[in-house]
Ligand binder design. Sequence first.
Ligand code: C2E
Ligand code: MG
Ligand code: MG
Length: 559
Amino acid sequence: MRNAVLQLEAIFATAIDAMVVTDAVGNIQMFNTAAEQMFGYLSQEVMGMNVSLLMPMPDSLHHHLYMERYIETRQPRIPRQGREVIAKRRSGENFPADITITDVEQDEGIIFIAVIRDISARKTKEQHIIQLAFFDQETGLPNAYYLYDKLAYLLKEQKSNYHLISLYLGDLTDYVNIFGVHGVKDVIVAVNNLLIDKLPLQSLIVRCGLRHLKIIYAPVRDELLSTEQIAEHLQTLISQPLHVASYHIFLTATFGLLKIDSQQYTVEKLLDHVDIALHFAKHNIGSCYQVFKTEFTENLHRRALIVQKLHNAMNEMPFQLYLQPQISLATQHIIGVEALIRWQDTDGLWISPAEFIPIAETIGLIKDITLWTLKKACAIVKEWQKNTHHQYSCAVNISAQVLCTPAFLHEITMLIVENELDPHVLELEITETALMLSIDTAISTITELSALGISISIDDFGTGLSSLAYLKLFEINRLKIDQSFITHILTDVHDKKMVTAIIKLAHELGYQVVCEGVENKVQLALVQQLGCDEVQGYYFAKPMPSTDFLAFAENFTFE
Ligand code: C2E
Ligand code: MG
Ligand code: MG
């Protein structure tokens, strides 16, 4: 027995964990060396004192109540189960601890043996891991994982009237020159500070990428804001100047947003859809934000389908070239055609060039398509030169990406040489926006094309973003007034004024004017009266297969 007691005392004295034994009312009976080191008291100092000494407020106040209840009910709160508590050192410092308490019935009454482990180091590590996992290391802002958890919580709790915003700071890279790569984080922090100050309480700003923030916009109490109102509010906030270092800077931000609806959404869908809204916002003209609409996902699916079909089409080139006549109002004769690509899919449905050409432009396939169109157009013109005494011109639409490639001039020269064409019958239609994309390259290419004898016309004039001051820099032959002006020319006085002004100005600058989309006799009479030189439109003919054109031209009468 004596040996056993000695052994227990040895274990008690040398244990790594603190061990504290108290009587039934919590007065300390034993306090081992590890406890002395952990709490900063000597064993003899605490003997007989109440164990609540080792606890912070308010636990120290209530501790005797816990013990009384346990002795009465034997329902453990701490005894027999380990748990985390906050303990207090002699210095007053609080620290996290793991504690296991065992109660032992003895002849003299119950005693409690507490085994206590200081878990401060573990907690610090955990905190560090949380910091690494859930916060952006550069700015200290919460990150995408944090956002994910927060969204999951909002959905689970079915919180209403919260909004999610995906915000893109497009011109942030401009500030790299001023602040340096790492200094740009200060700009992000400044954006965060500006917004968090003004957003409703409970809102959250999260950094999701180099130039990308996501925001949970919490509802304002007693005020039900619509998604559009929130967008306007954000737009106003973001347009304010930021103070970074000693600079006042203005950022432009684009954002997509949606209302968080727990019935409709999972976290993944929320994140997908808000980024889709942002994607559409980036393509908006005149507005820097976009509220999510369900048709966006359909549009994207359709786009993905066209992308896939276009890639598959590149081997076979299953296109056709249709021709639409252009008529001179002075001579009342057909003077040429516009070549328009047509694509009938394997399922028999036609895919409009208005749909697939812009997609081909963004995925790098427009060059092959344009080359196909040019080859086909050159072959048609060559055929005409052989078989008819007419010299019809043929206009081909050229995208900006193609016009500005270094090889373009060479390719078109080769086609003219190979087909032994008179270059004057070839015309290239370029939209004004395309010209403005890369002005210097466009000017030099067009100058060389003109020198070769190829005509240039500006397509869809009036819809793009060009300025007439720039147009005079290009050697242009014709302006094609966009059909949207002609569609309403009889009813909309502004459209009529626009057409009148464009015709006058174009003539001043020495350009011929073509009106596109003339669909009836009244429109024809009006554009003729306004001085238009040529017309193209359904009134005379829809685009037709190239094989039908010569027969059409033979029988053409101006009516
Ligand atoms: P665009 O160059 O402005 O061509 C005129 C469009 O207006 C054609 O549409 C034509 O069919 C249509 N149109 C002509 N007259 C009328 C009319 O009286 N009423 C109405 N409502 N429409 C009329 P399409 O063929 O669907 O082509 C659309 C656009 O696709 C073209 O506009 C052009 O920008 C582009 N495109 C067509 N073919 C090619 C091509 O081979 N290469 C390139 N890069 N773009 C092409
Ligand atoms: Mg055109
Ligand atoms: Mg056009």
